[in-house]
Design a protein around this ligand. Sequence first.
Ligand SMILES: Cc1cc2nc3c(=O)[nH]c(=O)nc-3n(C[C@H](O)[C@H](O)[C@H](O)COP(=O)(O)OP(=O)(O)OC[C@H]3O[C@@H](n4cnc5c(N)ncnc54)[C@H](O)[C@@H]3O)c2cc1C
Length: 549
Amino acid sequence: MTAQHRIEPHDIFNQSPPYEDVDLFTSDRALSDAVQANGAAGEADALSGFGRRWGAAAMFDAARLANENTPNLKIFDTKGFRRDTVEFHPAYHGFMAESMKAGLHASTWTADGSRAAAPSEVARAARYFMVAQVENGHMCPITMTRACVGALAVEPSILHKLIGKITSRTYDASFRPWWEKDSITLGMGMTEKQGGTDVRANTTTAMPSGEGYIITGHKWFMSAPMCDAFLILAQAPGGLTCFLMPRFRPDGSVNALRLQRLKDKLGNRSNASSEVEFVDAFAWRVGEEGRGVRTIIEMVQLTRVDCVISSAGMMRMALAQALHHARHRTVFQKHLADQPMMGALLADMALEVEGATALTMRLCRSFDLAASDANEAARARLLTPAVKYWICKTAPGFIYEAMECLGGNGYVEEAPLARLYREAPVNAIWEGSGNVMCLDVLRAVSREGEAARAVLADLVRQCGDLPGAKEAAAFIGKTLSGADGEAQARAAVERLALLAAAAALSNSAPSVAEPFVRARLLARRGGTFGTSDISRTEVTMLSERALPA
Ligand SMILES: Cc1cc2nc3c(=O)[nH]c(=O)nc-3n(C[C@H](O)[C@H](O)[C@H](O)COP(=O)(O)OP(=O)(O)OC[C@H]3O[C@@H](n4cnc5c(N)ncnc54)[C@H](O)[C@@H]3O)c2cc1C
């Protein structure tokens, strides 16, 4: 029923109530089905509690505060000593504390830094997916902390020294040497002014000195600069090498990370992203000299997965906001959701989110199983860049369409859609932009062709009787290994992600797999949402799954 409030000089009616105080887990059938299908059914009750906590009105309001009150750079202390710190709004710290308490920064690692048993990836992904619906900025250091552990594995002496502080669930925002703190977070600095994709062109240098190295140079993007240590790349005598640079030197003095300024960003505003210079800064070597790119690969993969989860989560929130509004808003004597064109549009959008959600959780299942199953490892290797390409690129346009479902109400800052819309593009740009993802798929196909072919065959098998899967796999295989593979790669990689989504849906939501294949693999969706061939029965089914009436 539409709420009516009498305030002078006019009645307010036909505005949708705020979308808040919801259980972000149980209200999302696509998510709960995908969690169940990917080995984490036992987490359902805990996830529902988590979903209620993060779906509370207070959380949405804290997210607004954290993003309206952006971080400030404080270069000096009151006596003029360099500290190079950043001040955040208490709401940001509140989110850090919540996410760390839930283990989002480390729950996939054991106390000795090895991988936690399945379904730790899927269980964490489900939580991350819900957090991403509320506040994304603070998830940057959360993501980097968990991903960096993957790279530190090559340097057990450092990992063992730090892992207890990394896995601690008590957030400690104090600016002190890492050994004095209850917990630490980790960041990364790879991108320099002359390039982020081509890190081999890094100009920052590293010279051996005492128990570590002296680093001189800069980074053009180094986010969350209040992390306690950063993985960086620098040119050592033996070539490009990975290092871990702490905020404090071993003697307890502040290390020479000179923050130059904070980026004025399109979105991701609660989080600070810095430009930094290293003036003879201290760092430990991670991995052998000259093996820098090899050393960071595991970290890069894990970061990409989080970009996927985050974008899928934001799409989910945008869909929920659009559906919720359309069910309350009346236009021409009918609820918007019941207008045939709006119903078809919302169903097409729900279909997209179904595919993105199933695919995301299935990808995380591969990370859960990769250590014990070579096929799952190959699947994670081939599909991570493909899925990042498709989902992270889809999110901005999707969120825009959701915004339009709310009309002018969607365009203003009070609705979270404006913030989601600004936030979304970073996931596609960061840690490998679109073309780079396609190049990475090509690399996997050319270096591990047999494994890639086995993954494609698996996807077709998992699609069962669904039409179009075999043809899609043939197109993907032929295009990616063809003479003009690089120029055609976007078409093939997009098709690969769609095929993988169809396979994932066949397992977690069979009733959705059929319309998904019809509207995404057999016929291609038009340039906008709402152009797919979806029956009336399917419109009702998709709408009910997306949000209980
Ligand atoms: C909000 C934000 C936070 C960030 N935080 C961090 C951080 O904490 N640490 C960090 O190290 N970096 C960070 N980055 C940087 C980010 O990782 C880089 O911007 C990204 O890797 C791309 O590098 P680049 O900007 O140098 O673009 P470039 O490498 O110049 O690429 C530009 C474009 O060219 C395309 N391209 C590149 N090579 C090819 C090719 N061979 N063929 C076809 N196309 C190609 C790319 O896909 C891209 O679209 C952050 C960026 C943002 C926006």
